[in-house]
Design a protein around this ligand. Sequence first.
Ligand code: GBH
Length: 454
Amino acid sequence: MTTGEVVSRFPDGFLWGVSTSAFQIEGALEEDGRGPSVWDAFTAVPGNVKDGTTAATACDHYHRYREDVALIHDLGVVAYRFSIAWPRVVPEGTGPVNPAGLDFYDRLVDELCARGLEPVPTLFHWDTPLALEESHGGWRHRDTAAHFADYAAAVADRLGDRVTRWITLNEPAEHTLLGHALGQHAPGHTLVFDALPVAHHLLLGHGLAAEALRSASGEARIGIANSHGPVWPASDDHADKAAADLYDLLLNRLFADPLLLGRYPEGIAELMPAADLAADLKLIGRPLDWYGVNYYQPTKVAAPDGTSTDYAGLHLPADLPFTPRPIEDHPLTDFGWPVVPEALTELLLHLRTRYADRLPPLIITENGCSYPGLDDQERISFLRGHLHALHTAMQSGADVRGYFVWSLLDNFEWAEGHARRFGLVHVDYPTQRRTPKASYHWLRAALHAATDRP
Ligand code: GBH
């Protein structure tokens, strides 16, 4: 397989892109009227971020976006997935809109359009306005969904003439699990299973925001970016299978089922707070124009063994009804995540089987890996392997229309701080110097060879 062939096997018009998120790259947290987010507060508490850093500067993208858009353009992709910071647009989460905050995204979108790149914004990538969390209970409270929809309307009003493809939420499963159940991410709640209402409110926020985007423009094409990965039982034992099934429910089905089937997985509806759950589910289950999949790795799960586990950046207390187990015989990234490209094929074919004709066209909205260094041969083989796995799934009938690499730049990796490097482009934080890695050059050559073919 030559470099170009990796890409040339994909159909014309395939949406090649790179992804980032606001809090992880922008910096400028106090500029132009931005309000604080839950992540500003969380990163200020010693011990919450492993390397003790904050995202005060991150990649300074707020000031360097032109240079970053040039890097995206030179890479040869056709689309850029970024997120809009709610606290820039509505500093208190509810109430007055801050035009200066919208101005930044207006400039960014103009710059992308001038370069012929499609802007694909995400409205929520975990940075809830702090005021909403502190005085309204954040996503624990139903009203936050309505405030989110008002913010979505304000963004659509400003950008809707140039944006058609929208992502409402990024990985609500991770935000619920890490942010509200286990306390490893902002806002740092440790509600364990009492975090389930947060999931419902996020889904409701998706539903209401989607309505707002649709009524702002008939051209809007609504999607969501959900994390997915195969969950494998550690053995054929009944107890391991039951533990894996529950883990799979929380990771893969809790959000996808209501979105794609209009109902919660068995046993969940009873736990959700809603005066009229049927009405909520009708809104949440309105057909999507496309469905975004963030894929990183499969997980092997066993019945609990009474000890707490530290696995791949996840800290699970001893009293949970499942425990992840290492996946052997596969290389690990420097984050400890197993590299299993064929699990992407398995995942895509499984989604097709489970959701059948209710599954809209898919876009891989994130896929990538953390490795140090500029000569990142491991990332090249990761990408090559996953593109091959994606192509195999498509040949077997998976309807996938695009693929976005996480990430354009090394950036602020949440609770890990700046130590994990997911970028195609290296960032030297003290000087903010950007240097394309070997993987950037590899992907560029692959895209170039593919589009030049006769
Ligand atoms: C995404 O998180 C985020 O959207 C993005 O902001 C972030 O920078 C990027 O990925 C890299 O972390 O722990 O094995 O049981 C998703 C990362 C994917 C990590 C699913 C945990 C759960 C399976 N998560 N994974 S496991």
